[in-house]
Design a protein around this ligand. Sequence first.
Ligand code: 5GP
Length: 191
Amino acid sequence: MENKKGKLIVFSAPSGSGKTTIVHHLLEVKKEVLDFSVSATSRERRGTEIDGKDYHFLSPEEFKKHIEADDFVEWEEVYKDNFYGTLKSEVERIWSEGKHAIFDIDVIGGLKIKEKFPEKTLAVFVKAPSLEIMEKRLRGRDTESEEKIQVRLAKAERELSFAGKFDYILVNDNLSKAQKEAEDVIDQFIS
Ligand code: 5GP
């Protein structure tokens, strides 16, 4: 984790803020300079997700072995029994390609990365224009049970209180405007 040039660009947000869409856009338009940090998780794979691309899907036992071996930059039990974390090897892989790592991770994980690498990290908090819109977006996904949606909503409200700790707050009111704004902030940071 000693590479001098590689940086860390963190996008964190409560579920339903649209951060994943923005991160995918950035990876598309900036593929020469950015690569996605594929997190490890012990949660079950959803419909179209691909192992090694969306996440490294691990069993809870495998995940715990990596914790014991100190293999993570940060890890967290985001939901009960569902572990998520960033492997050091993932960031090293991206830096060795001469690129910057871009993260789509939760608010607490994002702040942990910022704390560990204060100078190298740009931490962006993506915010939906309102709680109502966030809930609508979350429901629009239609992949989750009502119970899970309620858990995510409660977490989202708590996470909003951390927005002020980020380097930049990006309000996702109009998607193409938010995407352009994200591109500009990154350009400034990596230039
Ligand atoms: P999902 O299950 O919807 O893919 O993700 C649940 C939450 O875990 C999201 O907020 C996502 O950003 C977060 N997450 C994904 N990867 C990581 C990670 O490596 N570390 C942490 N702390 N959170 C993560």
